[in-house]
Design a protein around this ligand. Structure first.
Ligand code: AMP
Length: 280
């Protein structure tokens, strides 16, 4: 595995790969890798001749009061995991390498963003599409891999790829979970013992919501009310709990078609998100 830190080195490596007409799978991450990231890498490896992994904690997608400074980082462990996953090229740029000067053009997501995390985290998805645009241009992958744990992100990236005509195939991967159902996340390390013990109830609530929706006996509001009661017992604070069509993320009067129930929950030092997507 080759490790590069600058755009110039990255392009140099990829030059040869492009000349050999190899397919390139790209997995963008913020590091502190876990089995969720590994499943993206496994799929990328299966489907491509060459796999690029990027690790970059992107300041543009963090709000002023969010956890950019204390986002967990462990380059040594990440490098080992990347090597074990047979990554061909690992790109770990510094913030200065990616943003040597303030951006002169701002990207502004206008659809699928006024709900869920987009509503709660102002500018978050503008930062996500900005870094992905840069990385897509540099890497020019055949396929790019994203986890459905961040379902709104996937919906917005679908918009980015289509609207800006990136010749990239978007591949999604199901959420990887701990044995007790908690979605794997780099931020889980910030849960205290009590929070970690109760956090799987977030997923259990979503499953219950899915069952209620599939029974076709309840409206969205009734389902939300039921789940609120479950989440009320937890020790943190509910950030949002919402039901929409997926991937459009529009309010649906009648629960029909592909539906997402998504939750964000704020614990003392970690904000967790999870969702379930299903078809009625
Ligand atoms: P992050 O490092 O949190 O930016 O995540 C990088 C990529 O890994 C994103 O596409 C995430 O959706 C994906 N990812 C994170 N956690 C999981 C998980 N538990 N299962 C599947 N994919 C995940």
């Amino acid at each position: 595995m080759k490790i590069v830190r600058t755009q110039a080195e990255l392009l140099e490596q990829l030059n040869n790969v492009r000349q050999e007409k190899k397919s390139v799978g790209f997995v963008p991450t913020m590091g502190f890798l876990h089995e969720g990231h590994q499943s993206l890498l496994t799929k990328a490896k299966e489907q491509n001749d060459y796999v690029v992994l990027s690790i970059f904690v992107n300041p543009l997608q963090f709000g002023p009061n969010e956890d950019f400074d204390r986002y967990p980082r462990n380059e040594v462990k990440d490098t080992k995991i990347a090597e074990e996953a047979n990554v061909d090229l690992l790109f770990i740029p510094s913030v200065e390498e990616i943003y040597p000067r303030p951006m002169s053009i701002k990207m502004n997501v206008v659809q699928r963003t006024n709900v869920l995390c987009g509503k709660k985290r102002e500018g978050h998805f503008d930062g996500v599409v900005t870094i992905l645009t840069k990385l897509f241009h540099l890497i020019q992958p055949t396929r790019a891999y994203f986890g459905l744990k961040d379902a709104q992100q996937v919906a917005i990236i679908e918009g980015l790829i289509t609207d800006f005509s990136f010749p990239i195939h978007l591949v999604t991967v199901p959420t990887v979970r701990e044995e007790d159902g908690l979605a794997k996340s780099s931020r889980n390390v910030y849960l205290n013992e009590n929070e970690r013990a109760e956090a799987p109830l977030l997923q259990k609530g979503l499953q219950k919501g899915q069952e209620l929706a599939l029974s076709k006996k309840y409206t969205s509001k009734e389902i939300i009310d039921q789940l609120m009661k479950e989440y009320d017992r937890l020790s943190g604070e509910l950030d949002y709990l919402e039901i929409y069509s997926y991937p459009e993320l529009e309010v649906i009067q009648e629960l029909k078609g592909q539906v997402i129930i998504a939750v964000a929950y704020q614990y003392e030092k970690a904000r967790l998100i999870d969702n379930t997507i299903f078809t009625i």
